[in-house]
Design a protein around this ligand. Structure first.
Ligand code: GLA
Length: 730
């Protein structure tokens, strides 16, 4: 079984197929972390060292041995007040405002199945198939009446361990939680790099790899959203780790609001990696009987480089985080109206676009921003989710019917969490926006954020959305969120330190209500492109618009970076017009197609009416191609063959889980004078097998392909692009 307890040694061990995680309750009741690494048996507590280096380090009063200090020892759930001066997961204050607690082991329980977190997103198990278990360890501070329940979920076949923590006030006075992070990994030894996924609007999630030196290295978000700037995925790895070699550990936050991810190397050159809620804009009072849940962190370990980390995370997110009928279904190929017409459309124009899309073989038209209220530009109208009948030439359902008649499904864009000051909703309920009394609010794209911590605000939005969706004909919703929260003030909050967390609970409640009422609806997340691209959103929306940047050159980097933590099935990837609206770059339609088809949930967002016949033919063939590779992109194992930032050839690959099929994609990104031939070296093929290239029928040895590679583009020309399908033939 994945979980075991060795009572005499007080050891708790978690085993997955290829990893072991062990912790120990020591003689003083502190819960020490021993190990997370390659699968191992037995008692690993010999890893702890108690040499006399704790002079001047805090030693708990009841510990006779002054060489003992939590400042030195690896811990499961470090808290402020124990003498550990590194970054803690938990900081609390009692009713008098005094900092500190002292958490000791009370009990534990092993349960079948993986725990869930009511009201919050969390990975789930698929019954007996997953052989999942839960470990619950309770720590208490008797003086405060504080209890922390540490939850560990094990998905053994995926090599995934999840964590969450529930902080309960069982005492008689208020306790205020000033910091509540979820997970920490302490390493007694090792020399590491840290990889974070950083960027900005329209340039999200590019990996930054840095050596971990003494001190703390942190990324996070105080924006009320996981953010375009930093993503809540962090990887710690051996300094020499590559795609295919070296030890790596990752943490992914299953939460869409503010976060903090930190890696620290301490005075004794020990490392700590941790993740959880942002604490800068957080201070959460718990009255007696109340609790707060520190949201889930997914952890995985690889002894074979970064690729395996990604494979573990992709499998887990695809199958154990995403939900609903779209989880395993081919996604519709979209034509989205945004880059095709922006606000400048009518119902008739969209029907024309739909007709053209149908001719080209696409599946669904998405009516993006601009269909409701007075929304003919981005200064007004958010909050008023009634269709602009004059513009649409009828109701949304009427338009959906017309689009269905030409053979396409129909979807709409919404941004329910926002309101413009110039809207009927704001005029009626100015207090529903998050603004600070007596201070002019900070605007973002001329909009304010609605206070989703308030049930009446959520009810109103739910009713408005239902009024549109109940009319029928809507198969898809793009759920956008286009600014950060700056003014953290709710008219009804008992304490303003609770607002950002309660906002997220409110958002998840609203999303869950929409999901349950319309179980067949495909919801695509979006947030100024990829500003809320996280495992939390993927629990509600199985795909997310990866970035507002649709320039194929930049998308190669954005998709490359995103792939470390997220499967391609989660990434919205569209072909747009050239010159690109953001970069001004012109890239041939062929390469734009390769990047988007090999990027994830495929579609177009350009004015199809402006295309010449040649482009239309090419689009038809791209659509046909996509249908033959879609299953590999959605479910295949993903291989990053080159780093597109540095390489002259951006190359990546999908291999079906059974190794029977592979797809190698490549785009020439740079050509130098009389350049060298580009070879692409696939991975993950079945050793010893032969593969037939579908386009030319030629048979290749898998071993030779994975050794010397395959020459593509000789000589290279800029933005030549390739998609090679292989089938195993023996
Ligand atoms: C955001 C999204 C875009 C588009 C616009 C509409 O920027 O990322 O895709 O939907 O909003 O206003």
């Amino acid at each position: 079984m994945p979980l075991s307890y060795d009572a005499p040694a007080r050891l708790l061990t978690i085993s997955t197929d290829n990893s072991t995680y062990q912790m120990k309750v020591d003689e003083y009741g502190y819960l020490l972390h021993l190990y997370y690494g390659a699968r191992a048996e037995g008692d690993l507590s010999y890893l702890l060292t108690y040499c006399d280096r704790s002079g001047m380090c805090g030693c708990p009063h009841d510990v006779a041995d002054r060489t003992y200090s939590l400042d030195v020892l690896p811990q499961e759930f470090p808290f402020q007040g124990s003498g550990d001066m590194r970054s803690p997961l938990l900081i609390v204050r009692d009713a008098e405002g005094t900092f500190g607690c002292d958490l000791r082991y009370k009990c534990h329980e092993i349960r079948p199945g993986k725990y869930g977190l009511p009201g919050l997103p969390a990975a789930y198990d698929e019954g007996a198939d997953d052989d999942a278990q839960t470990l619950s360890v309770t720590l208490t501070d008797e003086r405060l009446g504080l209890e922390v329940e540490l939850l560990y979920g094990v998905l053994p076949k995926l090599d995934v361990i999840t964590r969450a923590a529930i902080v309960r006030n069982n005492g008689e006075a208020r306790v205020t939680v000033e910091k509540a992070q979820t997970a920490c990994l302490d390493f007694v030894t090792g020399d590491f790099d840290v990889i974070t996924f950083d960027g900005r609007h329209a340039m999200e999630r590019r990996p930054t790899r840095r050596q971990l030196k003494n001190g703390a290295l942190s990324v996070g978000s105080r924006r009320g959203m996981s953010s375009n700037q930093y993503n809540p995925v962090m990887i710690l790895c051996d300094r020499e780790a590559t795609e295919t070699a070296g030890r790596c550990w990752s943490m992914s936050f299953v939460y869409s609001g503010g976060f903090l991810a930190e890696a620290e190397r301490d005075q004794y050159e020990q490392a700590r990696m941790q993740m959880g809620l942002d604490s800068d804009l957080f201070s959460y009072p718990l009255e007696p009987g109340e609790k707060i849940v520190a949201p889930e962190v997914i952890m995985t370990y690889s002894d074979a480089g970064l690729e395996k980390i990604s494979h573990n995370l992709h499998r887990c997110i695809r199958r154990n985080v995403c939900r609903g009928p779209w989880r395993d279904a081919p996604r519709p190929i979209l034509i989205n109206s945004w880059e095709a017409c922006y606000f400048d459309f009518t119902g008739d124009k969209l029907v024309e676009l739909a007709k053209k899309a149908a001719e080209l073989g696409l599946d669904m038209l998405v009516m993006d921003d601009g269909w409701f209220g007075a929304r003919n530009d981005d200064h007004r109208g958010l909050g008023d989710w009634q269709p602009n009948m004059a513009k649409l030439g009828g109701t949304v359902a009427d338009l959906a019917r017309r689009v269905n008649e030409v053979g396409l499904g129909f979807g709409i864009w919404v941004e329910p969490e926002m309101v413009n000051e110039d809207s009927d909703l704001f005029r009626a309920h100015p207090d529903w926006a998050l603004t600070v009394p007596g201070r002019e609010p900070v605007l973002g794209r001329d909009q304010l954020v609605l206070d989703l911590s308030r049930p009446e605000v959520r009810d109103n939005l739910f009713e408005q959305l239902c009024a549109v969706l109940d009319q029928g004909g809507i198969d898809y919703v793009k759920w956008d969120y286009n600014r950060s929260i700056v003014d953290v003030y709710s008219r009804t909050a008992s304490d303003q330190g609770k607002v950002l967390y309660d906002y997220m609970l409110g958002l998840y409640d609203l999303l869950e209500r929409v999901r349950s009422r319309y179980p067949e609806l495909l919801i695509e997340g979006c947030s100024a492109g990829g500003g809320r691209f996280d495992a939390g959103m993927l629990y509600y929306t199985p795909q997310i618009w990866t970035s507002d940047n649709t320039d194929a050159r930049n998308r190669l980097e954005i998709q490359y970076g995103t792939s470390f933590g997220y499967p391609c099935s989660a990434m919205g990837a569209h072909v747009s017009a050239c010159p690109n609206e953001i970069t001004g770059r012109t890239i041939p339609l062929g390469a734009r197609g390769t990047v988007a088809m090999g990027g994830g949930a495929f579609g177009y967002e350009l004015d199809l009416m402006e295309l010449n016949d040649r482009a239309c033919e090419l689009i038809k063939s791209q659509v046909n191609t996509y249908r033959t590779i879609e299953h590999l992109v959605r479910e295949g194992l993903f291989y990053r063959l080159t780093d597109p930032k540095d390489a002259t050839l951006a190359a990546w690959e999908f291999v079906s889980e059974d190794g029977a099929e592979a797809l190698v994609c490549a785009v020439v990104t740079r050509v130098d004078g009389y350049g060298l031939a580009n070879y692409v070296v696939p991975r993950g093929l079945t050793p010893g097998a032969s593969y037939r290239m579908v386009s030319n029928g030629r048979v290749y040895s898998a071993d030779a392909l994975m050794d010397m590679g395959l020459p593509v583009s000789v000589p290279a020309t800029p933005y030549e692009s390739f998609m090679y399908r292989f089938e195993r033939v023996g």
